[in-house]
Design a protein around this ligand. Sequence first.
Ligand code: PAF
Length: 294
Amino acid sequence: MTMPSAPKIIRSVRELRAWSRAQRLEHRRIALVPTMGALHDGHLALIDIAQQHCERTVVSIFVNPTQFNESADFASYPRTFDVDAAQCQRREVDVIFAPTAEEMYPNGSRTTIRVGPIATRWEGEHRPGHFDGVATIVAKLFLACEPDVAVFGTKDFQQLAVIRQVALDLNLPADIVGVPTIREPDGLAMSSRNVRLSNDQRQAACTIFRAMNEAQHLLTDTSQSIEDIRQHVVNEIEMSGGVIDYVAIVDPVTLEPIEDFSEAQMLVAATFGTVRLIDNLRLRRDPSPTFGVR
Ligand code: PAF
């Protein structure tokens, strides 16, 4: 089997914009998959979906400094460009956009997008400024690439909600597509951070998905209160050694806590060792056959 040709690697905003406009002149639609690299099967699923929507796919690889709260976390974020580029080649990605920090934030940049209330709870509370950094870089990537479609994972549930809000508020013309979480066989949500878990932490971390599924069973099969169900998940994760930032049951659109619902989203953030993981699951009072895939 012949290897597909290597993606074009673009490092400047000017060149990406020129490429994108040339594609548009030829009536080709462009899908953007924003990433911070260290690509795993979850990212590859995003690329597959992008390719179903558009004739051209751009994968951006940029470890965005403005969304990290701790410089140590930024410094230790996995950077695996050559492996990522090979994965993109196998997936027949057209362009990898891999700018420097100076290219994305010229002269240090002073302008930041401040996202409203949807960004203040949960991740926003534990990582102040994180979503402003995400919103700012995503808007910059959209301005550079001018995509028709942009594809994001549902694992970062609040991030997806924030990006939808920003796209709406700023009239960004791209369609935002959310892709269900891809999981390891034991249920752990795929994440670039998973490689930093020790074997024991890795085993403990899959409690998150197990406990969220138990919450779904408690919801449909028992008369336990929403708070008791939430507390069950807290207890399970803590017993496995995880340190919890939050376990919440929220409205899937506003992300406000709810008790009376037919569908809600369970959001979890917990740290195992030094690795902070987030995950989420749709809870349904009357679960449909798709239960468990998100
Ligand atoms: O989800 C991520 O990898 C990042 O937050 C994103 C959307 C690429 C912005 O840096």
